[in-house]
Design a protein around this ligand. Structure first.
Ligand SMILES: *Cc1c(COP(=O)(O)O)cnc(C)c1O
Length: 353
């Protein structure tokens, strides 16, 4: 335990925030946590009002992109306790991203105690309406004032939060991408870092112009095997079996992916983590045996795919109401996150208020 200095905001924005119409990612809670890395170690963190950070135009991250982030959620349970979903897994993943980007690892105390203090202070920002939550954004960036190419010596770690409403629960139409790649084997695809997002924006825009909400990424060598769906992990169901690409250096190890696989196995559903070729799914679509396809991620848990454009032809998938397996998995996971059913895997980190 270390003590964190808190500078409270002189004027909370809580009362002027309209919780009935929250645009995702556009509203921020009153405070943020900030810690500096210098001389080889993390300095004492502070909590300050949410405010701008000023930096030199020569700041390293602006030029060479040494930056990583996480995205997780806190929920308000029936009894008022705060539940954060699997923060330890996010912590470990953030450090895995840091190692790849040649950045210092964060300490467990800084991450978890920093998070706890911040969430306690801004607990009234957690919406309690159905489907709403507090989105938590920890991130770290290279803060050296230096434009030579080398790993920065100083870094900033920040956590801020954002209340989010019950996200749009629609389905998505997707198209198989066979020209661009999001990430290549040996690259930084498994790290949660802005560069991967930057690489995905143009192909996503081009797909959107063709009438598709999202891409199905394929491997960088042959465009033969599926990787992810947009910024979500990808799962198919054939023969009541869930099939999902195996983790690799070009795939982000989603916390939702892991949770869905665990729940599915526990429910007696077959799960195969293996390479899935575009041809295999094409054939399943032709034969009408693809029961389901969906993306998994913290933002929406499960996002159903309604149609897939594969090799220039668009195939419709079964009605969402008929997708028993994924609907049940989704509901179970949401119920665990909200504390409505027993948390048998100890996934929730509970803050008593
Ligand atoms: C964050 C992310 C995911 C989903 O991960 P969760 O931990 O489930 O939110 C999947 N793919 C990419 C590229 C991501 O950045």
């Amino acid at each position: 335990m270390f003590c964190i200095d808190i500078e409270r905001t002189p004027r909370s924005r809580l009362n002027e925030t309209d919780f009935s119409s929250l645009e995702f990612g556009a509203v921020y809670s009153d405070h943020m946590l900030v810690a500096d890395y210098m001389e080889g170690q993390w300095q004492k963190p502070v909590i300050t009002p949410f405010r701008h950070i000023s930096m030199s135009p020569a700041t390293s991250v602006l030029h060479y992109g040494q930056a990583v982030f996480e995205g997780m959620k806190a929920f308000k349970a029936e009894n008022g306790d705060i539940l954060i979903f699997r923060p330890d897994m996010h912590f470990k993943r953030m450090n895995a991203s840091c190692r790849r980007l040649c950045m210092p690892e964060i300490t467990h105390d800084l991450f978890l105690e920093g998070l706890t203090e911040l969430i306690k202070l801004d607990k009234d920002w957690i919406p309690s309406e159905h489907g709403c939550s507090l989105y938590i954004r920890p991130f770290m960036y290279a803060s050296d004032e230096f434009i030579g190419v080398k790993p920065s010596k100083t870094y900033k770690f920040i956590i801020f939060t954002s209340p989010v409403s019950g996200y749009y629960k629609g389905t998505v139409k997707v198209i198989v991408e066979t020209e661009y790649v999001r990430a290549a084997e040996g690259g930084i695809g498994f790290a949660k870092t802005g560069g991967n997002y930057a690489a995905s924006l143009l192909p996503a825009k081009l797909a959107y112009e063709k009438g598709y909400h999202q891409l199905l990424w394929t491997d960088s060598k042959e465009h033969k095997y599926f990787e992810e769906s947009g910024t979500m992990n990808l799962m198919f169901i054939i023969n009541d079996t869930i099939i999902t690409p195996p983790l690799s250096s070009s795939i982000l190890a989603g916390v939702t992916r892991d949770s869905i696989i665990t729940l599915a196995k526990d429910m007696g559903i077959n799960v195969e983590e293996r390479k899935i070729s575009v041809d295999e799914i094409h054939e399943a679509l032709e034969r009408g045996i693809l029961q389901d396809a969906f993306g998994t991620g913290t933002a929406a848990t499960i996002t159903h795919i309604s149609a897939i454009n594969i090799k220039g032809k668009e195939y419709q998938l079964p009605e969402v109401s008929r997708r028993k397996i994924s609907n049940q998995l989704n509901q179970t996971l949401v119920d665990i996150k909200l504390g409505n059913i027993p948390d048998k895997y100890a996934w929730n980190y509970r803050i008593k208020v």
